[in-house]
Design a protein around this ligand. Sequence first.
Ligand SMILES: *Cc1c(COP(=O)(O)O)cnc(C)c1O
Length: 388
Amino acid sequence: MNITENDKQYVAGTYARFPIELVSGKGSVLKDSSGKEYIDLGSGIAVNIFGAADDEWKAAVEKQLSLLPHTSNLYYTEPCSTLAKLLCEKTGMKKVFFSNSGAEANECAIKTARRYAYNKFGDESHSGIITLKNSFHGRTIATLKATGQDGYHTHFGPFPDGFYYAEANNLESVKSIAEENGCIAVMMELVQGEGGVCNLDADFVKGVYDYAQQNDMLIIIDEVQTGNGRTGKLYSYMHYGFTPDIVTTAKGLGGGLPIGATMLGEKVKDVLIPGSHGSTFGGNPVCCAGACNILSRIDDKLLSEVNEKSKFIFDSLSGAEGVKSVSGMGLMIGVETEKSAKDIAAACMEKGVLVLTAKSKVRLLPALNIPADELKKGIEILKAVIAE
Ligand SMILES: *Cc1c(COP(=O)(O)O)cnc(C)c1O
């Protein structure tokens, strides 16, 4: 059995993988096929909130696996209904559509906004959606078009119309686009993850919210990466003191199994009607049972740990040798370095620490419950590699 050779021969070549084969993991420590251990500061790109193979999550998943792993959306199931209730109670949103990924969660948000516009205006004249430059919203054709980075659009056209890119942190840019085009929504990440862990200014976010309120435009917040405790609050919009009309999430919600959720606020809660949208696996009982466990454990105690660990990382790396700047929120952190981020990630891997990159930065997305000693060791090694 040769994992790497098989993969290179038979798996579509969309990923530039690191040259290691991971075989097992517990919490924030992963093991490769040679038995070498790694401290994981990426948690499967913000997915394994409680680390790998977390016992409580595993028990919830295994219980549902034995009861009923899959049915279809023709029937009611307990985990799906419980998860929707939990999400609504914790956010104030009114209804949830379940899918299997972040891109699909955003796809549903886009469809909902367009149908809302159609219901309101009786035609498609106001179906435009404003997104931000440097954003990332997914890999389907519509969410690629929503993604405000030209690099992702190369040679995959034709794309659907109706997406307009405003400058992040420039309210005038949002307003002038909205005035020139019939727009129904603004969709944004409050910390742009793939774009390089760039925080939006609070004034800008508030300005967009107020403008949208005045003009009956919807605010869609993409919490696929920032959600589920990652930034030190349950959802990142909770730092800004407003409630969006639509919140999308995925990654961490499933704790390691695929799930997407599109949360619908008061204005749009009844826009989707029977037949208007669907997903075969959406609301899968096993994924939802795991997600119920994850969501019920993101409490004030965990969030205050997230904020403490965040402070530790910011304090350790800000001003350190070879570090130009540190950005982000909670345990979603970007480190701008003098050396190439890719080289740093490769050198960290050699030394037993897994980190990610985003654009030209080193990106850290550790499990929210990473033990303090493992985090400390991981950051020390990263710091030494950056300074080398
Ligand atoms: C990862 C990500 C997506 C896409 O999620 P998938 O599950 O890969 O489809 C969308 N938006 C943001 C902000 C993301 O970080």
